[in-house]
Design a protein around this ligand. Structure first.
Ligand code: HPA
Ligand code: ZN
Length: 327
């Protein structure tokens, strides 16, 4: 199965580029940029990665991102992830970045976008990996701040495919961001949102009905609402699920009880993704392997999941058809 998963062509649709910052690069950049981090060494960092919910993870994840300062840092971070993609036979990636995490520290929006985009461009030319960039709004901040970020992004629109919504879910429902998503849609951006990771099914419903998203990031808790399940199925609204993330952040206690198989069998367009692989102990193939093992999934199931990853992507229909045929 491991070889089968390795050889399967895959797309990754739920990946925070800041969540690919491995401790080794964190230390290297901290030293180069003279940024203090609260760890003595790489082992120390890994030991700190024990979380009992989303918020303690986010606190550490934002602290880690503080070592990223220059355009070159964002290039190096992205390039390291793309090399990993090449290793894992990932042909297409749709990457989130959190501009507010960086602009709030005085890093220029353009440095972030251009550093990431240059690496993505090289990834296409040198590694044959296609990609899109998705700008995520931090939902613990206000909608006005999200609108300011949206406006800042417009000169760089050429580099950005869509907008997303991430960070602390509970207490920050999609309804808080209706205006900025409407503006983003009018500007021609695709829309996605994290929903139903810690928030209940109403967050997913709101993301669809009030934000008009093209897909749901996570969506684990959709099962709580039968009508919503039917809509997700009828309209084939994709879920970008992240098993190792959900295990690490205790969204699920044991992957043997994870609902991915059930949702797949019900007919939802379920995909598997890695979220923040440097923090959650596995990149994309490790997530596929965890699903195969814990849920006893077959090679056919793995193929369905990889086909779904392209079907749910923002690639052109013709490109999607071609790759699905090849799979
Ligand atoms: N949930 C919400 N925000 C995030 C996550 C996540 O899993 N990863 C990075 N930002
Ligand atoms: Zn995420």
């Amino acid at each position: 199965m491991k070889n089968f998963i390795q050889n399967l062509p895959k797309a990754e649709l739920h990946l925070h580029i800041e969540g690919t910052l491995e401790p080794e690069l964190m230390f290297k950049l901290a030293k180069k940029n003279s940024i203090k981090i609260p760890y003595q060494n790489v082992d120390d960092v890994r030991k700190a990665y024990e979380f009992d919910s989303l918020q303690p993870f986010l606190d550490i994840y934002y602290a880690g991102a503080s070592v990223l300062i220059t355009q070159e840092d964002f290039y190096d971070l992205t390039w390291a992830y793309l090399l990993k993609c090449k290793d894992q036979n990932i042909l297409h990636v749709e990457i989130f970045f959190d501009p507010q995490t960086h602009t709030s520290r005085g890093v220029a929006f353009g440095d972030v976008v251009e550093g990431i985009s240059e690496a993505l461009n090289d990834g296409h030319e040198k590694l044959g990996i296609s990609s899109f960039l998705i700008m995520s709004f931090l939902r613990h901040l206000s909608e006005d701040e999200a609108i300011k970020t949206l406006k800042e992004s417009l000169p760089y629109k050429y580099f950005i495919k869509g907008v997303g919504l991430d960070s602390s879910e509970l207490g920050n429902p999609p309804s808080k961001f209706q205006k900025v998503f409407r503006m983003a849609k009018n500007a021609g951006y695709k829309c996605v949102a994290h929903a139903g990771e810690e928030g209940d099914a109403s967050y997913i419903k709101e993301a669809i009905e009030l934000l008009g998203v093209d897909r749901i990031d996570h969506g684990v808790r959709c099962e709580e609402d039968r009508e919503l399940m039917k809509r997700l199925k009828d309209e084939q609204i994709p879920l970008t699920m992240c098993p190792l993330s959900n295990l690490k952040l205790k969204v699920v206690g044991d992957l043997k009880n994870y609902n991915l198989k059930k949702l797949l069998e019900y007919g939802l367009c379920v995909t598997v993704n890695s979220d923040d692989p440097a923090y959650f102990g596995g990149y994309l193939n490790e997530n596929y392997e965890a699903m195969a093992k814990s849920l006893n999934l077959s090679k056919e199931d793995m193929k369905t999941i990889s086909k779904n990853s392209f079907k749910a992507s923002f690639l052109d229909d013709e490109d999607i058809k071609k790759i699905i045929y090849e799979i």
